[in-house]
Design a protein around this ligand. Structure first.
Ligand SMILES: NC(=O)c1ccc[n+]([C@@H]2O[C@H](COP(=O)([O-])OP(=O)(O)OC[C@H]3O[C@@H](n4cnc5c(N)ncnc54)[C@H](O)[C@@H]3O)[C@@H](O)[C@H]2O)c1
Length: 336
């Protein structure tokens, strides 16, 4: 029946925790923090966008284990908690193999939920602000149902994540499974993929190479950016809530910056000679995204603490090192 070894570990307050997508940007920081808190971590990743280098420093840790596996295929392991982060997260990567993206969200959720259900283990879903699509209300509260184009190029991700949320709540209603759904807004920090086409990594890489900084549209559209350490604290805080807390809960930084303001800050912090150039907006690009985080504040006593400037300095350091050491990541490959 129950998982004996896990129970023994749990008796000492520490748990055996599965992190899918653990070799990715956010996943690697989560693995690191869970290990620092004394837990055992099983990192599962198919390296679609993840990178061994992200977890290289953890591989010798006695409590860390890595399993190369695609979560679209069922997985049988014995753990006490599950964080489901596996999914390419940036448009360049999730549109590269859109069918695989939907499969990862939907089949991945079914497999992870089936596992959690067998183990009676709480399971956290890394959902996304993309479930709000191009939102008609600002800021976005969890009660807003969203405005998503079901057939557009972003739908493989947006609708995949929406379906995953449906599955989480149906497992909760049907099997009383303890679920935690968090909707993550733009997050940045070290170990972001340097070629993921997202605004923070794009601007920093362009600035460090003194290349023109590309702004799509006027640059007056706003985004909010949450530093990865703040986000990871929110994920772990959510997992620690009582079983009746399911979410969805928004996690993100409500402080808005225009793209133009961000580009100027990156140019200043890198001392770059880059000029700003404008290109047309991509299809279905949301004009504004800003989380309402009052639920996270009330339930988790959570709010972001790291200012954009401080987070950017650490992220710039990371990208500078990458460029300096010639550690350029390969493009994401098609999953097997
Ligand atoms: N970074 C953000 O701003 C952001 C915003 C909203 C939601 N999220 C969510 O957070 C999670 C982590 O995002 P990230 O930014 O770290 O992205 P990432 O691409 O760096 O990490 C995703 C990881 O999942 C792995 N993966 C992908 N498909 C898989 C599969 N089928 N089986 C096993 N592993 C698989 C990848 O190899 C990678 O290591 C994702 O679920 C994403 O949707 C991220």
């Amino acid at each position: 029946m129950g998982y004996q070894r896990g129970s023994i570990v749990a008796a000492f307050g520490n748990k055996r925790i599965l992190v899918t997508g653990g070799a990715g940007f956010i996943g690697s920081h989560l693995c690191e923090q869970l290990l620092a808190e004394g837990h055992e971590v099983l990192c599962v990743d198919n390296f679609f966008t993840g990178w061994r280098q992200n977890i290289h420093h953890l591989t010798d840790h006695a409590n860390f284990e890595l399993l190369r596996h695609d979560i679209t295929i069922p997985l049988s392991v014995e753990v006490d908690q599950i964080y489901n982060l596996a999914c390419p997260a940036s448009p360049i990567h999730y549109q590269r193999d859109p069918v695989q993206t939907t499969k990862t969200s939907v089949l991945g959720a079914i497999n992870v939920l089936g596992l959690a259900n067998r183990l009676h283990a709480p399971v956290l879903q890394a959902s996304t602000s993309e479930v709000y699509g191009d939102p008609a209300v600002h800021p976005q509260t969890e009660s807003y149902w969203g405005n998503v184009n079901a057939i557009g190029p972003r739908a493989c991700y947006d609708e995949g994540k929406r379906c995953a949320e449906t599955l989480f709540f149906d497992y909760h209603r049907q099997y009383q499974l303890a679920i935690k759904v968090v909707r993550i807004f733009n997050t940045y920090g070290p170990r972001m993929h340097p070629e993921d086409g997202r605004v923070v990594s794009n601007f920093i890489m362009q600035a460090l190479k003194n290349e023109p900084i590309t702004i799509y549209g006027s640059g007056l559209q706003t985004r909010s950016f949450c530093y990865v350490d703040d986000l990871v604290r929110g994920l772990i805080g959510m997992m620690k809530t009582s079983p009746d807390i399911t979410g969805p809960v928004n996690l993100g930084n409500p402080h808005e910056f225009t793209m133009l303001g961000l580009a100027e800050m990156v140019i200043r912090l890198t001392g770059s000679a880059s000029q700003i150039v404008h290109k047309p907006l991509p299809c279905d690009d949301p004009r504004q995204r800003k989380p309402d985080i009052s639920m996270a504040a009330a339930l988790l006593n959570w709010s972001p603490t790291i200012e954009l400037k401080a987070g950017l300095v650490r992220t710039i350091d990371y990208f500078e090192n990458l460029l300096h050491n010639g550690l350029h990541k390969p493009h994401a490959t098609k999953a097997a």
